[in-house]
Design a protein around this ligand. Structure first.
Ligand SMILES: [Zn+2]
Length: 74
């Protein structure tokens, strides 16, 4: 079973938290559970942590789709 969550680093408080890859897309907003900063996930963001989280989420979604596809074959 693949973990479907990606780690996100908050740029304000530098703490890590996790969110499901399915939810992290352009325009998705999430409040940091530590400092309550509202984080907007935007691929054109200048925040490296946000761009990295979006990239990780996209890769993880593809990996999860591969698992689902191979499960269908059996
Ligand atoms: Zn924070």
């Amino acid at each position: 079973m693949i973990d479907d969550k990606v780690k996100i680093k908050c740029s304000k408080c530098s703490m890590m938290f996790r969110e499901r890859a399915q939810r992290i897309r352009n325009g998705f907003q999430k409040q940091c559970p530590h400092c309550l900063k509202l984080i907007t996930f935007d691929s054109s963001s200048e925040d490296n942590n946000i761009r990295r989280a979006l990239k990780s989420a996209r890769e993880l979604r593809h990996a999860l789709e591969d698992v689902a596809a191979s499960a269908d074959e059996h």
